[in-house]
Each structure stands twice: as C-alpha cells, then as structure tokens.
Design a protein around this ligand. Sequence first.
Ligand SMILES: Cc1cc2nc3c(=O)[nH]c(=O)nc-3n(C[C@H](O)[C@H](O)[C@H](O)COP(=O)(O)OP(=O)(O)OC[C@H]3O[C@@H](n4cnc5c(N)ncnc54)[C@H](O)[C@@H]3O)c2cc1C
Length: 234
Amino acid sequence: MLRLTGRLGSIVVRDTQLWCGGGASLPRAVQRAAKHGLAGLEFGASIPGSVGGAVAMNAGAYQTELKDVLRWAVICTSDGRRRVGPEDLGFGYRRSGLRRNEVVAAAAFDLRRDHPEAILGRLGELRGQRRATQPQGVRTFGSVFANPTGDSSGRLLESVGCKGLVIGGARFSPVHANFIEASPGCRAADVLALMCEGRRRVVEAGGPILEPEVRYLDPVAGIVRPPLGEAVGP
Ligand SMILES: Cc1cc2nc3c(=O)[nH]c(=O)nc-3n(C[C@H](O)[C@H](O)[C@H](O)COP(=O)(O)OP(=O)(O)OC[C@H]3O[C@@H](n4cnc5c(N)ncnc54)[C@H](O)[C@@H]3O)c2cc1C
C-alpha cells in the first residue's frame, strides 16, 4: 500500500487551475477551490476519498464527472512518470483505463471564476440534496451498483422490494436502495449475499444485470476486483 503525503497530498491554486497531489482529499480540494472563487468542482464535495482515487474511478455526481474538469494527471510507475491528458486515461462510467501498477501522483483541474459566496451556496444546496436522498450517520460504502444506461439502480432495486431488505448485518437502505448499510458485526459475506439477492431479483423481474460500482479487496489474491465477477449473457 502506498501513502501519498507531503507534496503528494497538497492542494495549490494556479490562476484558474487547481493542482492537487494524488493523496489530497477531494472534498478538501473542493473547499479550497470555492474559497478562491473557482467553480466547477462542486460535484465532488460529498465524494469521500482522494484525488488519485477519484481519477482512477472517474468519480462523479450531478451529471458531472472528474474527466470533465481534468486538465492533466501525473502517472507514476516503477519505470518513471509521465503527464497525460484526460483523453489518454480511457475514462468510462466510474472507471478509467489505469493499470494496477499505475499511480496517480498529481492532477490539475481546469476551473472557472465565480463569486465564492455563489459557489458556497451551491455546495450547501448539493449537500442538502444528498442529506435528503441518501442515508446519513450510518456506515455505507457509497453506491453499490453502477446505473445501467437510461435507468437508475436504486429505482430498479426498489421496484423489486429491496428497500430495507436485510441479510445478516447488511441492509439495503430504507432511504435509497442502492446503498447498503452495515450494522455492527456486519461481514463482507453479508454484503455480497445481499448484492447477489438484489441482482437476482432485478434480473428475474426482466431488468438488466446490475454491475457493481464498488470494488472488493480479495484477501486471498491480494488484489482489488469487482465483487460479483464479470457479467455473463442471459
Ligand atoms: C458515502 C459514500 C458516498 C459516495 N458517493 C460517491 C459519489 O457520489 N460518486 C462517486 O463517484 N463515488 C462515490 N463514492 C465512492 C468513492 O468515494 C469514490 O470512488 C472515491 O473517488 C474513491 O477514492 P478513494 O481515494 O477512496 O479510493 P479507493 O476507494 O481507496 O480506491 C478506489 C480505486 O482507485 C484506485 N486508486 C486509489 N488511489 C489511487 C491513486 N492515487 N492512483 C491510482 N489508483 C488509485 C484503487 O486501487 C482502487 O482501484 C462514495 C463513497 C461513499 C463511502
């Protein structure tokens, strides 16, 4: 495991760009941009995690994704480093083409000038929206399944009665079905079983095969992978 600290965790304003180390906190970068009157990164305010992780996952919310504001990223491997643009990173929905040995050491965002009060106002609205529609004060790992094209995983799971469904210590949130709440003692096996059950119900109701958005750290192989394997045809 690598820890990106020091300069690799810094956040620096350069004219209308924000230069961040890969280890910088994304919500903190959003706050810094707002304070300096730079708009465009507000979607990331409630996305917990680092700038490097956000690039790797092409994190997004409210119809904006990281790739929309990324100017460049510095990628390090054991062979050295290179600066690449968004077109080189193979971005897709909640994914990038980064390989396992590639580390995002830094990233720069292209932002636009706006009044800090206006940006902070938008941030407040977005946070309020999230509080009203997503579980708060409980342990979750964010969206469970990626949204299939033209539909929402939360809507599909809710339509097959998954809201509030419990297996062991894991429960599909009664607030938003595409979140799993973990009660004390919840095991990864409970979460995986619940995901399988949700996916089974949606397919049996004629819906699409839901693809996990979350990644699973395989303790045996020591690698990060999608938890339910690759999709197979009907
Ligand atoms: C409550 C909650 C709400 C969430 N809401 C959203 C949301 O609205 N939108 C959204 O997109 N996500 C959301 N997420 C998911 C998560 O916050 C994002 O995926 C986040 O961007 C991941 O960053 P991380 O630093 O935590 O990376 P990790 O989760 O640690 O890693 C994610 C992946 O990125 C890789 N990675 C991490 N850092 C680097 C690096 N420096 N270089 C190369 N690869 C790296 C890891 O190997 C792994 O494959 C949410 C999560 C939670 C818990």
